[in-house]
Design a protein around this ligand. Structure first.
Ligand code: AHR
Length: 372
């Protein structure tokens, strides 16, 4: 960490010149260095400085998207429970309130504070090249978690861990196709609306694209798509607007659980019957995440299919950091395994790209065992 070494040299020069004036003290030196704690490797350059005792604490700057969903809350909890003082970490947490500019500011602050690692859960995929180059120039490794970044130079980040959002979308669409076939519902009789996530986020792109492609390939009637920004309030607002525009909606493809909660509220208020019996006038709600609240609605039949997106990334990021710290190499890209949960047993597995995925009929036992 070039910047730290430079800082130490400057500090030493200041201390020596102050000593020459008779004004130097060890507390001056230690105060000057106290902005960020150091990794073991940076301590090699700091022989004789007062901060050496804190050198085993790893300081992490984590820029979180926000608090838009139950999934996000579970993700924040996982990170905070992992990067504790008891585990040897100093976590600097920043909630960006779903705004990329806030994330860029947070990263610049982390660089200023000379953190040991930056962890970024990016709100959208693009727009990161400049600030990640700044982190690279400061020799601070960047770990991307959850959504991806789309950068021209892959060396701007060290590793990424998260969900295969495209596979999630493909699995949900494969399920819908099999379900319609099993129930002998004509493809053109599926009248679908898509409540999308935050536009430009990997989770939105990965879930929207398979629906658009499947609708085209199968002849489904995809009536409309609009962003619900992964929130309950916006999901409800978008659904209310869809209900006003289209009287024949029978499938609501929600790109996360909180949007599904909002859509269910809007459908209920409009007097619609929610469930999987499309042929008899019910409106089917599909969702992603499989949070405890989402699976509660799956058990009751309000959400017919819930495709999992796992938020428990704290220990995964910790493993990456521990490996890097001990000089090991890490996977550049690591996908987590995820399940599917349904309200009934009409479809028990789906196949995507030649691989089969089990669809679990939700039971109270499965729900009770859910960690988040
Ligand atoms: O990036 C993960 C997505 O972001 C989750 O599906 C959603 O709930 C969250 O807000």
């Amino acid at each position: 960490m070039k910047k730290k070494v430079l800082g130490i040299i400057l500090t030493a020069v200041m201390v020596m010149s102050l000593a020459a004036c008779g004004g130097a003290s060890s507390s001056t030196a230690s105060t000057t260095k106290s902005a960020g704690s150091s990794t073991a490797s940076s301590s090699t350059a700091s022989s004789g400085t007062a901060s050496k005792s804190s050198s085993s604490v790893i300081t992490i700057g984590f820029s979180q998207v926000g608090a838009e969903s139950d999934w996000r809350t579970a993700n924040t909890t996982s990170m905070k429970n992992t990067f504790t003082a008891a585990n040897g970490y100093n976590l600097i947490f920043d909630d960006a309130q779903q705004k990329q500019e806030n994330q860029i500011t947070a990263i610049r602050n982390f660089i200023q504070q000379e953190v040991d690692y930056i962890v970024l859960a990016p709100v959208t995929e693009t727009g990161w090249d400049t600030v990640l180059q700044e982190a690279k120039d400061a020799n601070i490794p960047v770990i991307i978690v959850d959504r991806m970044v789309n950068v021209s130079d892959q060396s701007l980040y060290t590793a990424w861990v998260g969900s295969n959002f495209k596979l999630e979308g493909q699995k949900a669409c494969a399920w819908l196709k099999s379900y319609a076939e099993a129930k002998k519902i004509k493809a053109s009789d599926l009248h679908i609306v898509d409540i999308q996530g935050t536009i430009g986020a990997s989770a939105q792109i990965g879930r929207t694209d398979p629906m658009t492609e499947a609708a085209k390939a199968n002849g489904w009637d995809l009536l409309a798509s609009a962003s619900g920004e992964f929130t309950q309030a916006k999901g409800q607002e978008v659904m209310e607007s869809f209900i006003k525009q289209y009287s024949n909606i029978n499938v609501v493809y929600c790109e996360n659980d909180n949007e599904a909660f909002g859509a269910i509220d809007a459908l209920t208020a409009a007097g619609k019957k929610i469930g999987s019996d499309i042929a008899n006038g019910e409106v089917m709600v599909l969702s992603f995440d499989s949070t405890k609240a989402g699976l509660t609605d799956t058990l009751s039949g309000q959400i017919t299919l819930n495709t999992e997106c796992n938020p428990l990334h704290g220990p995964r990021v910790q493993k990456i950091i521990e490996t890097l710290k001990s000089g090991g190499t890490v996977d550049k890209t690591a996908y987590v395994d995820e399940e599917m949960f349904s309200a009934d047993t009409t479809v028990t597995s789906v196949t995507v790209n030649g691989k089969s995925y089990t669809v679990t009929k939700l039971t109270q036992d499965v729900l009770s065992a859910r960690a988040y």
